[in-house]
Ligand binder design. Structure first.
Ligand code: HEM
Length: 163
């Protein structure tokens, strides 16, 4: 039986929506899709690896991240968290979205896959549930990008914290 970096089996049943009943009771769906997906992903990674900044939770440097950018060994960063796509690329685990999309990611915006992760998955799907198995660590020195929203005059964008 093949195993991921975190020791979980990769013989996953991708067809089944896991924890759906739990989600229906607890899932918080307010905010944008991006906020919802990132919040859920963050919660599930913390459940498996501990809170961000805690001792047992691993970290990754920018240099380390850049070293893993080949067709067989590709790490992506999603909202400050680094995930190993290698098992999918080496056919050790099955990615339902296929391999080509991951290779396109490498060509398009490199390791920063947050926007495309949000585009192709949703908070209630299996992707966010499976992602913690592929977690490598938090990217050191990463800060969330500033969010811009339309001002009440609807004519200009201002940083979110101003509103
Ligand atoms: C930890 C990383 C990832 C995991 C665990 C994962 C897992 C999954 C899963 C389970 C699905 C089936 C749909 C669902 O249940 O949400 C899926 C679909 C898909 N994923 Fe991923 N994925 C990951 C990263 C990525 C990345 C980085 C990209 C793009 C750059 C991507 C692109 C896609 C696409 C295109 C689909 C098909 C969506 C559709 O047919 O509607 N995935 N992925």
């Amino acid at each position: 039986m093949k195993r991921t970096r975190s020791g979980d089996s990769t013989d996953t049943i991708w067809e089944t929506a896991e924890g759906a009943a739990e989600d229906d009771l607890e899932e918080e769906t307010r905010g944008t899709k991006e906020e919802t997906v990132f919040r859920k992903l963050g919660l599930l990674v913390a459940k498996k690896w501990g809170a961000k900044g805690s001792e047992k939770r691993p970290t990754v440097t920018q240099e380390e991240l850049q070293k893993h950018s080949s067709e067989e060994d590709f790490w992506v960063m999603i909202n400050g968290m680094v995930f190993d796509m290698g098992p999918f690329l080496r056919d050790e685990a099955k990615h339902p979205g296929g391999k080509a999309i991951l290779m396109r990611q490498l060509e398009l915006t490199g390791s920063d896959a947050g926007a495309r992760f949000v585009r192709w998955h949703n908070a209630a799907g299996n992707a966010v549930r499976r992602a913690p198995e592929y977690f490598v660590g938090d990217l050191l020195g990463w800060t969330p990008p500033k969010k811009w929203r339309l001002c009440c005059c609807r004519r200009r964008s201002v940083p979110e914290e101003v509103l």
